[in-house]
Write a protein that binds this ligand. Structure first.
Ligand code: SF4
Length: 201
């Protein structure tokens, strides 16, 4: 397994997170389906990683109540319902070798649900998001993830066209809230599932 995965795994555990590592997507999906009971409701944060895993469809087909604003017309109502779900599934924009989760949000729903309000949170992260430190994480978020996301969303922001951040004032800016989780917050159980594959962005 990738040395970066082993290092971040150990640091995350020291920081109080529950951590599991997986060789591939299939193993991860099996573990998640076992960890979440059929009676638990599940909300999703915006995530290309989760989209690639196809978990929304798997959980829905199994009979779980699922809430994901990416999958419905009325996004505002879905975001409201997501607040009360038992389980929150998301990825992270970056994970550092010293075991911190770093995220940037436009709306703020994803980072707030990461912190508080759900019985359990699962952060599913591919090896490509492991960064040496905060500076590298910030570089990744601003100049790799954000331009790809703004292209996908077709937002009127400079990074969509240049591939680089220029700290814009666009009303459609997707970088409004930055949250660094240094250690597992006392009111929430955060499970970090690291996959030895490149996933999402
Ligand atoms: S601040 Fe603006 S330009 Fe920079 S990454 Fe975010 S949306 Fe793009």
């Amino acid at each position: 397994m990738d040395n970066k995965i082993l290092l971040s795994n150990n640091s995350l555990k020291q920081n109080g997170f529950k951590v599991k590592t997986f060789k591939n997507v299939l193993e991860t999906k099996e573990a998640l389906m076992k960890s979440i009971s059929i009676n638990e409701s599940v909300a999703f944060g915006g995530s290309m990683t989760l989209e690639e895993l196809g978990l929304y469809e798997d959980l829905k087909n199994r009979g779980n109540k699922v809430y994901w604003h990416w999958k419905v017309e009325d996004k505002k109502a879905e975001l409201q319902k997501a607040l009360n779900a038992d389980i929150y599934l998301t990825s992270t924009n970056a994970l550092t070798l010293d075991g911190k989760l770093i995220n940037m949000d436009g709306t703020g729903n994803r980072v707030s649900s990461l912190l508080y309000g759900h019985k359990r949170v699962y952060v599913v992260v591919g090896r490509n998001k492991i960064c040496k430190d905060y500076d590298q994480a910030r570089e990744r978020i601003k100049n790799v993830a954000a331009p790809m996301n703004t292209k996908r969303l077709n937002t009127d922001t400079p990074c969509r066209f240049t591939g680089k951040c220029n700290d814009c004032d666009s009303p459609e800016r997707i970088c409004n809230v930055e949250v660094i989780i240094h250690k597992n917050p006392s009111g929430t159980e955060i499970n970090v599932f690291i996959i030895d594959e490149d996933l999402g962005y």
